[in-house]
Design a protein around this ligand. Structure first.
Ligand SMILES: [Zn+2]
Length: 206
């Protein structure tokens, strides 16, 4: 699994016998995502692997208020329960095809803006941090919640820690939920830097 290893982040064990610990990490990371401005309101979803289960935010939930809003889904569930996030199929596909232990999905504004501006199928960060942690950020297309999008994302996330769905938002996976949080934060930062550089270049030409 690629993506540089992250250290010095809170460690909460993920195992089938400790779903309470996994729930605590989901609640904590949900709050961090909103506090960092990476997503807000009912946009986005997060999940973590716990043994042969996935714990995922409920559909329509606020990521900074996840207490009582987390759904347990078996990893071999063909059809996730309706109370689970509408992107549950995508999360399941990523867990089945990668060694991910945590996944975050955000509607981060600069990621979405760059996915609309860049026609290529991948974006290479300008900043050193982004290049170190992400390499490049693939851009995929597909209908929300569809099996085609689930397959495309799982394929890209086998070799990249973060990918963007064009006009929609980012999916990042990591060896822990905190790794996934870090990757999406790095990706949003890289997109903001790139956007500001493009804007400055355009203004200079006038
Ligand atoms: Zn979304």
């Amino acid at each position: 699994m690629t993506g540089k290893k992250i250290t010095n982040l809170p460690f909460i064990p993920h195992s089938s016998s400790n779903t309470g610990g996994v729930e605590a990490s989901l609640i904590d990371v949900g709050k961090r995502l909103v506090a960092a401005g990476l997503t807000y309101s009912r946009m986005g979803n997060i999940s973590a692997r716990a043994g042969d289960m996935m714990l995922i935010s409920a559909t329509g939930s606020f990521l900074d208020r996840l207490k009582g809003e987390i759904v347990k889904v078996p990893l071999d569930a063909g059809e996730p329960p309706s109370r689970a996030s509408s992107d549950a199929l995508i999360h399941l596909g990523i867990y089945l095809r990668t060694e991910a232990r945590g996944i975050v999905h955000t509607h981060s504004p600069f990621l979405v803006a760059l996915s609309a501006l860049i026609r290529a199928h991948a974006f290479r960060p300008l900043d050193i941090e982004g290049r170190y942690y992400l390499g490049e950020i693939p851009i995929v297309s597909g209908a929300t919640g569809s099996r085609n999008l689930a397959r495309a994302l799982a394929r890209e996330l086998q070799t990249h820690p973060c990918a963007v769905v064009r006009f929609h938002g980012a999916f990042a996976r990591g060896e822990s939920l905190y790794d996934a949080f870090h990757y999406v934060a790095c990706a949003e930062h890289s997109c903001m830097v790139k956007y500001l550089v493009l804007l400055a270049q355009r203004t200079k030409k006038r």
